[in-house]
Design a protein around this ligand. Structure first.
Ligand code: DX5
Ligand code: ZN
Length: 225
């Protein structure tokens, strides 16, 4: 997929019906999703547990757009090949997940995926500056990771700083946590181009009534147009 800084919406299936992921992914893509965001949690790096490589491989069958896998796990390196085999297009690891994030990004690229680096709200932008030459994306968390439906934490200054460092390089800035039509304009104005949204996209809809998914995404797009 060619690089573009057009604003993209990546619904997080953490807010979808866990009993019906296949149809949920198809429905939200039909309703206009640009990417599909998959939250992998290990119950260790974050206080929640979701799914691993076998489930992600099953999701892949239904993803027609771009599978964006967000690893909230520690350690990371021993799982990279499994997520490549599962079909991740973008694999994002947290800079806080271990002592060697540079080696982790190298390994993700060597496994044929695009490489993302994420930072928690409490981690300063400086932590990713020397990783930018290897990164295809920087994920700025706007909630403390582990759950959907949390309140947005303002990280616009951090986004602005990283956007300045990136310059013309083909590196996305992704925002994750509490994205709504009210908060999306703040981060897009600061330089973000990929908006993860879970509760704000899936609220009020279902696989049998997915129109709400489309309406919710259109509301976010309209807020940043
Ligand atoms: C939280 C996850 C997010 C979450 C976003 O740790 O990384 O992707 O699902 O959900 P909302 O948009 O509801 O904050
Ligand atoms: Zn996420």
């Amino acid at each position: 997929m060619a690089f573009s800084r057009n604003v993209k919406i990546a619904p997080s299936i953490l807010s979808a019906d866990f009993a019906d992921f296949g149809r949920e992914i198809q429905a939200v893509e039909r309703e206009g999703a640009d990417w599909i965001h998959v939250d992998v949690m290990d119950g260790h790096f974050v206080p929640n547990l979701t799914f691993g490589p076998p489930a992600v491989k099953a999701f892949r069958k239904h993803v027609k757009t771009f599978m964006d896998v967000h690893l909230m796990i520690s350690p990371v390196d021993s799982y990279i090949d499994a997520y490549a085999d599962a079909g991740a297009d973008m694999l994002t690891a947290h800079v806080e997940a271990g002592p060697h994030p540079h080696r982790t990004l190298q390994a993700i690229k060597a496994a044929g995926m695009q490489a993302g680096i994420a930072l928690n709200p409490g981690t300063p932008a400086e932590a990713v500056r020397d990783l930018l030459p290897l990164a295809d994306m920087v994920l700025v968390m706007t909630v403390n990771p582990g759950f959907g439906g949390q309140k947005f934490i303002d990280m616009t200054q951090k986004v602005r700083t990283i956007r300045d460092w990136i310059g013309d390089r083909e590196i996305h800035i992704q925002i994750d946590g509490g994205v709504t039509p009210e908060t999306a304009p703040l981060v897009v104005e600061a330089g973000a181009d990929v908006l993860v949204a879970g509760s704000a996209v899936f609220k009020g809809g279902s696989v049998d009534a997915p129109q709400a998914y489309g309406d919710n995404m259109r509301a976010i797009r309209a807020s940043v147009a």
